[in-house]
Design a protein. Structure first.
Length: 299
């Protein structure tokens, strides 16, 4: 089975790159932003012509939330229109797309959290650009899995866990916001769950790309329904509580003060409650267990 991976060097893509290398049934064609610009339609189309993928896993995104406020064109090009072009090519070549989105498509006013069927209402440019990408996939490609996740951390990219650990080496005291709530998610846990739930059923039932194109209905019976999914580590916390968990699990002795978001003026607004409810498939292990596993790798 041929699989194309875009964004192989990012926090999430790097785990897919490692994990897919262990599948004997998979021939992986992986690209990072240096080897392929996903906004270059002709280059992306050349990949499809060459590979004729069964699956496309799109981890490429512009995720600098504050920068998106001033770099609107880039944000909407990478997160919106390029995603639509990838979806169009998947439709043309008979490929299934797995695309990742964010809790930031919601306004954060619902303290009970958001299900897959909740109406998005983003409050920053990043969220609006990611929502445009979702809409472009849904309107151009029936055979898709959109996976929303939240507060992602892992190797190969800037993330909250690494930032806190670095600051703990430089400071004795930190202020961390205590009025934004979400579900911290370890990228390795997410990648493993996506492969288990969305890729492995096809490995068992679909066979070759040609068989898939000829026999889709029979394959669909054994595989999860296409559409929108939420997938995070279980549980939720504030950034302040997350910081406390990081320092406790890593044995760092540092004072952490809870403060309001008003004390951290940033270009992009953040939703107060961006908790994703996983109503279609079970949550991953607890965010505390995910954090402990990640920190073991760094010790």
């Amino acid at each position: 089975m041929n699989i194309v991976l875009f964004g192989k060097s990012g926090i999430l893509g790097s785990y897919f790159f490692k994990l897919l290398a262990g599948y004997d049934e998979v021939e992986l064609f992986a690209y990072d932003k240096e080897s392929l610009d996903v906004t270059d339609l002709q280059s992306v189309k050349t990949v499809f012509e060459k590979v004729k993928p069964f699956f496309v896993i799109n981890c490429a995104a512009y995720t600098a939330v504050d920068d998106c406020e001033t770099n609107l064109e880039k944000a909407f090009l990478v997160n919106g229109s390029a995603v639509g072009e990838i979806a169009n090519l998947c439709n043309e070549y008979g490929a299934i797309l797995i695309h990742f989105s964010t809790d930031y498509v919601f306004d954060g006013q619902n303290s009970s959290g958001y299900s897959e069927n909740s109406d998005p209402s983003p409050i920053n440019a990043y969220g609006r650009s990611k929502l445009e990408g979702e809409k472009n996939v849904m309107s151009n490609l029936p055979n898709h899995y959109i996976v929303r996740t939240s507060w992602l951390y892992g190797e190969n990219g800037k993330n909250f866990v690494d930032t806190m650990l670095k600051l703990a080496e430089e400071k004795d005291e930190l202020n961390v916001v205590n009025d934004q709530f979400g579900a911290p998610t370890y990228a390795k846990d997410l990648a493993e769950a996506v492969l288990e739930n969305f890729v492995e059923p096809y490995l068992k039932n679909a066979g070759t790309h040609e068989k898939w194109l000829d026999d889709k209905k029979d394959v669909f019976k054994e595989c999860p329904a296409f559409g929108m999914y939420h997938l995070t580590n279980s549980g939720s916390c504030s950034w302040y509580e997350f910081a406390l968990g990081i320092f406790e699990a890593s044995g760092k002795n540092i004072k952490v003060n809870p403060v309001s978001s008003d004390e951290f003026k940033r270009p992009a607004k953040r939703p107060s409650y961006s908790i994703l409810l996983n109503e279609k498939i079970p949550c991953l292990k607890s965010w505390q267990d995910g954090l402990k596993n990640y920190l073991k790798l760094k010790s």
